[in-house]
Write a protein that binds this ligand. Structure first.
Ligand code: SF4
Length: 61
């Protein structure tokens, strides 16, 4: 369980407009600040990004 929460649980720092509430504070966990997102990871829209993450979860379970 990386980042202090189980996978598929919404982060408490995620705002209603889907932004990180602590992005610029320096308090973001290293697993967040170290993530290098790629175009393939983000996709064209939210559903594609979520599908990518779900695939990662299956492959690393
Ligand atoms: S970047 Fe990290 S801390 Fe910020 S909302 Fe996303 S998971 Fe939460």
């Amino acid at each position: 369980m990386a980042g202090g929460k189980p996978a598929n649980v919404r982060c408490v720092q995620l705002s209603a407009d889907l932004r990180c509430a602590i992005f610029a504070s320096g308090e973001r966990p290293s697993c967040c600040s170290g993530l290098q997102a790629s175009a393939a990871m983000c996709g064209e829209h939210r559903e594609q990004a979520l599908a990518y993450l779900e695939r990662l979860e299956r492959l690393t379970a």
